[in-house]
Structures are given as C-alpha cells and as structure tokens.
Design a protein around this ligand. Structure first.
Ligand SMILES: [Zn+2]
Length: 330
C-alpha cells in the first residue's frame, strides 16, 4: 500500500499521455505533427521551461469537448489514486483553451464531471485552482477571472504559471486583489526559474498562501527564515526540476537541505505525463536518489495534508493525517 498523500501542484493539461493525445486527436479530427505516440514521447526531451511549454501548448489542441476534459481528469485520478493520492488540488489553464475557441464552461464543467464524482469513484477528494498565464498581459487574466464567475462554485482558488523568467508576480496585483475579493484562495509559481525576489513579491503583493516550486529561496537566507517562520508551504516537484534543468540530477536536489532548514515542503508531480512520473513516482524517486529516511518521507506526506486547502473538511484532513502517522513502510 502506498504512503497516503495530497497532491498540491498538478496541471491537468500536463497529465496528457501521448497515447491519450493521439486518441483524442483521432476523436476530434485534429492532426498532430508526430507519426505516433512513440515519436511524440521522444519529443519530451526539454532544454528548459520554455521548450516544454511550447509542446505543452501545442498538444492542448486535442482537448475540445467536455468529454475530453472529463476523460483527461478521470485518467489522472485513477493513476493518482493507485499511487496513494487521497486529495488533489488540480490546476487548469483556461487561457490555453479560451485562446483557441474552447469556452470556460466546456473546460470547467468537463473537468467537474470527473472531479464531482472523484471521491466516490477514486477515493480522491479534489479541488480546482484556475491559473493565469504570466507571459500574457494582466488584461487577459482579468478577462479570464470574469469568464470564470458563473463557475466559481467549482473553483477554490487562483494560481500563476507559464514562463517565469522576466514575468514578475507584481504585474498581476489587480487580478489577485479581485480574486481575493471573490473569496478565492491564492497561490503562485515563484522561484523555479525566477529569482528569490519573485517569491517575496508573490507573498507581499499577491498575498499568496503557498508558493509553487520555490527552490530558489535557498539563495536568500533571510527569505528562508521568513518562509520557515510563517510556515509558508512550498510545492516542490523533483522530477520536473530534473527534466526542466532546475537541478542537474535528482541526487543534486536540495530537498534534504530544505527539510533540514525547517521549510514546509511537499512533493508533487507538476506535469507527470511530460516529466516521467506521478506523485508516488516522485516520492519513490527522492527516497532512492536522496536517501530520505522514513521519518522524512512521513514528514513530506504530513506536510501535504497540512498545506492543503481542506479547511471545509477538517474531518477528512484529520483522517488522512492519522493514516500518515499509522503508515508502516515496507
Ligand atoms: Zn507547475
């Protein structure tokens, strides 16, 4: 039995496996510029975040109908459940769909057809976090928030993703203020490729409660001290960091140093179809490559539930935490 865990950094579009991409392309009459799933998989060798994003956006072309989004989410939830995920806070990128004529209702209601039944069908509770693309103007983000208003009963919070370098968080102040006024939770990617100041900006200007990635906080001891003191969760994605060259190899990953510093780290899969593994695969990989102890593995799982937005269901959080404490490693 796998270690129970929550997944807090997962882009649903990043769960599109090559075989599914081809199946959806055939269903929707979309032509992909690859001969087959095997050739597509071999394109999954990235130089950096941007080279990954180019392919990621290209493949979203196969997602067109509610059924497509439902099937995508169900495939993820089945895999996640098999790897011990008990709760998932799932990112989606509406701008990647709105810009090619797929409307907000198709995306959100399609995903919800899977998410709304997930606890019953997969034993995984879920929440949906809508991300804004930081490499597009804030006006697009404001329009996106506006388009989401009829669907806010499905959405727990907002996030900020896509190409980080040169796109500081502060530019999105207005849309984060509007999201806060609507009662939405706030997170943002920061300190993956961008400098430590982006983490500080995300906290102080956008008012985020969690930092996605956050690795580069280690370059600023005062920031580390603050993150520890304020118990700000970091959603670390180890296999993603290797594939996008944030670290050279998994053995070089700073996760042990981050735990030792007292940071509230969690382990997540980011875009698992592209980066070589789902949540449980990431846990196994860090344990093997970094020699984490059972207590450190338990700490990561405990942190994932502590950092989750389960305030509406403290009973479930307590139950999951008790399972983590009782877990016996084999
Ligand atoms: Zn991400």
């Amino acid at each position: 039995m796998p270690l129970p865990k929550a997944e807090l950094h997962l882009h649903i579009e990043g769960t599109l496996e090559p075989e599914t991409a081809f199946a959806l392309a055939a269903r929707n009459g979309v032509r992909l510029p690859y001969a087959d799933a095997e050739q597509l998989r071999s394109a999954y060798a990235f130089e950096d975040l941007q080279s990954f994003l180019n392919l990621y956006y290209e493949l979203t072309a196969v997602l067109r109908t509610e059924q497509d989004f439902e099937d995508l989410a169900n495939a993820y939830l089945a895999r996640a459940a098999a790897q011990g995920v008990r709760h998932a806070e799932i990112f989606f990128d509406p701008q990647a769909h709105l810009s090619r004529g797929v409307d907000m209702g198709t995306v959100v209601e399609g995903l919800w057809r899977a998410l709304g039944r997930s606890e019953r069908n997969h034993g995984v509770s879920t929440q949906l976090i809508m991300c804004f693309l930081r490499d597009e103007p804030v006006e697009r983000a404001l329009e996106t928030l506006d388009a989401a208003k009829p669907h806010l009963d499905r959405i727990v919070g907002v996030g900020l993703d896509s190409a980080e370098a040169g796109n500081p968080p502060a530019a999105f102040r207005e849309v984060y203020e509007a999201a806060a006024a609507l009662g939405l939770r706030r997170v943002a990617h920061a300190g993956e490729e961008g400098p430590p100041q982006y983490i500080t900006e995300a906290l102080d200007v956008l008012g985020v409660e969690r930092i996605d990635h956050g690795l580069r906080c280690l370059e600023d001891p005062a920031l580390v001290e603050r993150l520890v003191r304020e118990r700000v969760p970091l959603t670390v994605c180890p296999l993603s960091n290797v594939r996008l060259r944030a670290v050279d190899t998994l053995a070089d990953h700073p996760l042990p140093a981050m735990l030792e510093a007292g940071l509230l780290c969690t382990v997540n899969s980011d875009d698992p179809a592209y980066f070589g593994g789902y949540a449980g695969d990431n846990y196994h990989a860090v344990r093997d490559a970094l020699g984490l102890t059972e207590e450190q593995m338990r700490e990561l799982a405990r942190n994932s539930f502590l950092a989750s937005f389960l305030e509406h269901d403290e009973e479930r959080r307590a139950r999951c935490l008790a399972e983590v404490e009782a877990y016996r490693f084999s």
